[in-house]
Design a protein. Structure first.
Length: 71
């Protein structure tokens, strides 16, 4: 698998989890169901993991645009 196809999959998963986070947070606040608490916590962990993978896959771009040495 090439880097771009992996990045596309990572971006889709991150978008889904990013949309589920506020939804699970609102449902947790509105109900007392422990399911939503677990969903919110696990979703946060998954989001952090995929954000780290996303950053790793885009590190060349980050380095080129943000970590330039001043002349």
């Amino acid at each position: 698998m090439d880097k771009q196809s992996i990045l596309r999959k990572v971006n889709v998963i991150m978008a889904i989890v990013l949309l589920l986070q506020p939804l699970s947070g609102f449902l947790l606040a509105g109900t007392d169901w422990e399911f939503f608490e677990g969903l919110h916590v696990i979703g946060g962990i998954v989001l952090l993991a995929f954000a780290a993978i996303h950053l790793w896959l885009n590190w060349g771009w980050v380095r080129m645009n943000f970590l330039k040495r001043a002349k």
